[in-house]
Design a protein around this ligand. Sequence first.
Ligand SMILES: Cc1ncc(COP(=O)(O)O)c(C=O)c1O
Length: 362
Amino acid sequence: MTRVFNFGAGPAMLPTSVMQKAQQEFLNYAGMGASVIEISHRSKEFEAIINEADELLSELANIPSNYKILYVHGGAQMQFSAIPLNLLNRKQERKAAYVESGNFAKLANKEAARFGDIDIIASSEETNYDRIPTIDPKLIEDEYSYLHITSNNTIYGTRFQQFPMSNKVPLVADMTSEFLSRKLDIGNFGVIFAGLQKNLGPSGLALVIIREDLLEFAMPNTPNLLHYKTYSEKHSLANTNNTFAIYMMKLVLEWLSEQGGVAAVEEKNEAKANLIYDVIDQSNFYLATAQPEHRSIMNITFNLADNNLLDEFLNQALEKGLYALKGHRNVGGVRASIYNAMPEEGCKALAAFMHDFERKSG
Ligand SMILES: Cc1ncc(COP(=O)(O)O)c(C=O)c1O
């Protein structure tokens, strides 16, 4: 069986060794004669899995002891509702600041506006989100309950190189498409959340890392299963959680540890991204869509100078086992998502194909 190099934006490819381990253990987990998806979320075996996931995360992301790790239903977009429900009441003004750096950022601020006053303090909508907008620090007013950013913009291929800082307003970051791909100082954030389906595991669940003191401000009518304190108090097991996703994430985290951890993987990710950016930059045939100083190392977006060649590019790429390269409809062109699990060979194969396609068609 041949597996493609999967450049899909998410659900995205997972490390082959992780998939194999899951396959090996699937029918008979830990000699129990039952699958991991057939055992109770309250069994000692599952408890061991969730505890190990916590430990691995704490170690890999260097999470300070005053932060809680939560596994929350509903993927990343559910957090677009949970964040305002849990945090807007931190200040009586019920106001929050949002940076609009892409489609998901926009969805997040629209959802939050259902619960309070939202100020968009910076936006790059005018340039079709080809950059991270400049944030005027003076606009981060103390009265805000929080400041929300999308750290890596999956559709547009941009990321914050540096994060906005305020010692009064907690920073909330949607890190869905980059968590654990780069080193971070968690202590600079109030909340980090990420849907699992890019760098962490299967879809449908979100990892939330929250500073303990921020668990106290939920609006009184917050639904129990959107209330971060419920997750914190019940170790994310107030009801039957997605045990399979947590198990898969634990395997992915073990793999990441074996790779040498986040710093080692970040170096590899930078090298992988450069293989493709170099081809784009050395050619007039391919046109980068993101401004160079805002480029993501997870999602690489570009157009063909002659858009009529796009379908042919995608078809030929697929024949070579380079799968899911079509750009998002908001940008068009090509998007190569190269999360942690994408091997260097995948990026080399894409770079070689791009050279070859240019030579034959340029
Ligand atoms: C940055 C970002 N935020 C949010 C989402 C939405 O995630 P979900 O489908 O888990 O709600 C995505 C999905 O691609 C994303 O890339």
